[in-house]
Design a protein around this ligand. Structure first.
Ligand code: NAP
Ligand code: GLV
Length: 308
């Protein structure tokens, strides 16, 4: 098969090329450039230009070299061919690390102690009851389910919300729009791991944030567009939220004059909560190419209409 690579992410195209050629010795792997003959079977892409799909008319499969597909699906893609995405591929463990760090940091007030240190203030606070800090995971897919299992080990009451109903040990689960408010009302620390789709864009607006138990924390590890950022600021300013830990924002990179950089309740990281790991990703690409050759079910295929 002929595989066409176009990746504008943190892994260099050289590293992708070396990894893919070593793992798929019987196949051709080339880096995309404008004007290549339209005889490639598979596109392996992260943040590709529209031109790639305008030129390549023989594609049989598109593989997204990351988990989220919203940018890819915003392009005009050839109709009827499968779109696959990375499933976990080492990202779930990274998300679990990040989420545990954020949840525990909020519960144990490490941010407050950091501010006290800056003022040379030695002031212990009373221990808090973890029973008062139910942690809700929004999105129980490849990443959310792993995060729920990791956070649960620390004894917090756990809730989870997804489109279809899930059964997870030790997690009280809710499903669909009809149970969203109930899920939020049972949650104080909200970890967001939803895909950005037509159904989820702006889902965390002021009204939804008001349903959360007061003084909690929003941990957004998925996409900035899920949150209405002006409403988030109001929730922080009124104390409805005590803190927000944001790995993703609506406009990335975050403009230097954006209020989030300086808000005392916000902790920011630059979209690094779960990075694509080349070696793990290449293993999934190999499985996908082999499945395509055999005509077998394709692992990690998304539903293009649903948007994830
Ligand atoms: P996934 O396996 O597709 O899981 C998505 C979860 O969200 C599923 O549980 C799904 O419900 C639920 N969901 C989708 N639409 C919903 C809706 N309208 N209402 C309620 N629940 C809904 O995705 P994943 O691999 O866990 O990744 C999640 C997202 O994380 C990605 O889309 C990406 O945006 C983000 N991400 C961020 C980083 C980063 O570094 N910040 C890295 C990787 C991924 P069902 O189970 O019922 O289908
Ligand atoms: C990163 O944000 C991804 O979706 O893989």
């Amino acid at each position: 098969m002929k595989l066409l690579l176009c990746s504008r992410g943190s892994v260099s195209e050289r590293d992708w090329l070396d990894g893919l050629r070593a793992a798929l010795p019987g196949h051709v792997v080339a880096i995309w450039r404008p004007g290549l003959a339209a005889d490639f079977d598979v596109a392996l892409v992260w943040d590709p230009p529209q031109r790639l799909f305008d030129e390549q008319h023989a594609l049989k499969m598109i593989f997204n070299l990351g988990a989220g597909v919203e940018k890819l699906l915003a392009l005009r893609l050839p109709a009827g061919i499968p779109v696959l995405r990375l499933e976990d591929a080492g990202m779930a463990l990274q998300m679990a690390e990040y989420a545990c760090h954020a949840v525990i940091g909020f519960f144990r007030e490490f941010g407050v102690y950091r501010c006290q240190q800056a003022r040379a203030l030695w002031r212990p606070h009373a221990a808090r009851d973890r029973g008062d800090f139910p942690v809700g995971i929004m999105g129980l897919g490849a990443l959310g389910a792993r995060v729920a299992a990791a956070v649960r080990q620390f004894g917090f009451p756990m809730t989870g919300w997804s489109r279809s109903r899930h059964v997870l040990e030790g997690v009280r689960t809710y499903a669909g729009p009809g149970e969203l408010d109930e899920f939020l009302a049972a949650t104080r620390v909200l970890v967001v791991l939803l895909p950005l789709t037509a159904a989820t864009r702006g889902i965390l607006d002021g009204e939804r944030l008001r349903h959360l138990r007061g003084g909690g924390c929003l941990v957004n590890l998925a996409r900035g567009g899920l949150v209405v950022e002006d409403d988030l600021r109001d929730a922080l300013d009124t104390g409805q939220l005590g803190a927000a830990v944001l790995d993703v924002v609506a406009t990335e990179p975050l403009p230097a004059d954006h209020w989030m950089w300086r808000h005392p309740g916000v902790t920011l990281t630059p979209h690094i909560s779960a990075q694509t790991l080349c070696a793990d990703a290449v293993v999934q690409v190999v499985h996908a190419v082999e499945a395509l050759e055999r005509g077998a079910p394709l692992p990690g295929q998304i539903d293009r209409l649903r948007g994830y």
